[in-house]
Design a protein around this ligand. Structure first.
Ligand SMILES: C[S@@+](CC[C@H](N)C(=O)[O-])C[C@H]1O[C@@H](n2cnc3c(N)ncnc32)[C@H](O)[C@@H]1O
Length: 323
């Protein structure tokens, strides 16, 4: 075919075609690369959250002493409060397990280990981390007859082994899709007639609608403790995934950064959050979901809320009898 375009027009025509195709090639490859990086990072984060933080050495301690030193600085609800310990004691006395029975503990909570010693009960701690078991020994007076099973709570094989099992915030360490496995295995560990005392974390009935309202309320309090300690539980509830109730440490940190960037958090408040960052992924259920979860396996004997720290109404203790 005869081409009668002048050479300048020809050059411009081809230059235009080349830049158009370059644009599309870059666009397609660029998008592919972007999606790959985004999904790759998301995937890694997901796996790390599922497999990493909560059952490995989440404080990056090198020795039991370092691990214990970190734990010692933590406040309720990460550690049980005094009133929580009173509730445990009242329940186990009420059902007669202070004088009788073998006790099991899901975790290595130092306060519970000392309690077992006070009542001279045998205690078996079940935890994935031997380091945690050894570290928390330094923070308590464990009973003489104490043993350890290194296992996941949903997989530990100890059928009909305990009359009483305590779990202080243990189920909240697991993503919701593992809760059924947790409850089924807990059921299998308990002897007929035995009970479980579980402290859980619930998000229903939160009295604050937004972080701003919470922070304004906190700033009006006459006696102010650390803002991090006082507001963290509520912030976790407000920021937990509305579907699953899960809040990851990275997401919590990003939200804090966001509040600081917007000027909602003052410098000193922001530094307080940075000083003791959230380390564990936690999962908030609702009272209704939890009761529905356990009811095929346990009769609910009672439930009590502690009253001795801010946000304590979100950490009830359930007494459950094996069905
Ligand atoms: C913040 S504590 C919470 C549990 C309990 N309050 C305690 O003091 O042990 C975290 C402990 O839970 C243990 N842990 C977390 N997920 C676990 C799982 N799926 N099975 C067994 N142990 C687990 C960790 O190893 C760590 O010792």
């Amino acid at each position: 075919m005869h081409n009668n375009r002048p050479p300048q027009v020809e050059v411009c025509y081809y230059a235009f075609l080349i830049s158009l195709s370059t644009f599309w090639v870059l666009n397609i490859f660029g998008r592919g690369a972007f999606l790959f990086v985004r999904n790759g990072v998301g995937w890694k984060k997901d796996i790390q959250s599922r497999l990493g933080d909560n059952h490995e050495n989440h404080f990056s301690a090198r020795t039991p002493e370092e691990f214990a030193a970190y734990w010692q600085k933590l406040n309720p609800p990460v550690r049980p409060s005094n009133h929580m310990m009173e509730i445990y004691e009242r329940f186990l006395r009420c059902y007669g397990f202070h004088e009788n029975g073998d006790w099991g503990l899901l975790g290595c909570t130092p306060e519970v280990r000392s309690l077992a010693d006070e009542y001279s009960r045998s205690l078996t701690c079940v935890d994935r981390s031997k380091l945690a078991y050894e570290a928390f020994r330094l923070l308590c007076h464990p009973p003489k007859d104490e043993s350890f099973i290194e296992s996941d709570w949903a997989e530990a094989e100890c059928p009909d082994s305990f009359d009483l099992v305590l779990g202080d915030g243990s189920i909240s360490m697991l993503l919701p899709e593992r809760h059924v496995g947790f409850v089924q295995n807990l059921h299998s560990m308990i002897k007929p007639g035995g009970i479980a005392l579980l402290r859980i974390q619930v998000r229903d009935g939160c009295q604050f609608e937004s972080p701003e309202k919470l922070l304004n309320w906190f700033r009006k309090q006459e006696e102010q403790d650390s803002i991090n300690t006082c507001t963290r539980g509520y912030l976790q509830i407000l920021w937990a995934d509305p579907e699953t109730g899960t809040i990851f440490p990275d997401d919590f940190r990003e939200r804090i950064e966001g509040l600081y960037a917007q000027g909602v958090l003052m410098e000193s408040e922001y530094q307080d959050f940075k000083g003791q960052p959230m380390k564990l992924t936690v999962n908030f259920t609702t009272r209704r979901d939890f009761e529905g979860l356990v009811s095929p396996y346990f009769e609910i004997l009672g439930v009590e809320e502690p009253n001795d720290f801010l946000s304590c109404e979100h950490y009830p203790i359930y007494a459950l009898k094996k069905k």
